[in-house]
Design a protein around this ligand. Sequence first.
Ligand code: ZN
Length: 291
Amino acid sequence: MAARFDGQLPFLLKVLAAAQPLSLQAHPSLSQARAGFARENAAGLPPDAPTRCYRDANHKPELICALTTFHALCGFRPVRESLRLLTGLGVDVTGLERDGLATWFRAVMTERRSLTRVVEVPGFERECALARRLVEAWPGDPGVLGALLLNYVVLQPGEALFLSAGNLHAYVEGTGVELMANSDNVLRGGLTPKHVDVAELLSVLDFTDAAPTVLRGDYATPVEDFRLTRLTLGAPQQLPARAQILLVTEGEAQLGDLTLKQGESVFLGADEQRTLSGHGVVFCASAGLSP
Ligand SMILES: [Zn+2]
């Protein structure tokens, strides 16, 4: 892992607790991040400039696993469903069709089209309730219409979503364990006071319109940067010998002579063979490389 990732831990682990909808955003691929970081460096942007889109040269795929019921917007919803919702809301959907999704979205963002009033659309109660909150919090923000093009997903505890490069998403409400590649590269599309660069966002977006895949039990992803495992504690089990972070989210874990309570975490080096027991739930974050 040290050799593959240049001596750096390749992932970031956090507990995310969203009370309000968070910003509409997407993350670049590795090649987009490398090119973008080099471009902004060449343009002389200071590393901490608020107008920067690329703070490093890494991609930032991410995985969110629900600890409570968790509401998220993830990827573009099938366009025929978006047409039903937006037509019901009285939005001008001229040009919005499967082949026209990218063009329509671009027009909304660049012309800063927004929604002003929200009526109830049958079959879209959650989406309409969210739209009402967003219109109130972010009046005039085109990100509101952008958000209404996305799949509204409700995860139950233990269920997860993997977000690959270019996936437009926003976390709406709930608490979850989030594991992502070691990067701060975020391209925002609105619903935030932070820097929004529509052109850069459009250049990385994946406009595939499909229902998202909810991961249960096994959180396998195609990336090598990280892997999340959720363990139910009980009889002693041997942990694989690799660098990892353990986080106890329920109950109490016994790790050799170390006791970890709910909310506590520990870093284990690859040379530490440990036996884990106890009661409750532990999340293990490690690299996704095969040992
Ligand atoms: Zn994100």
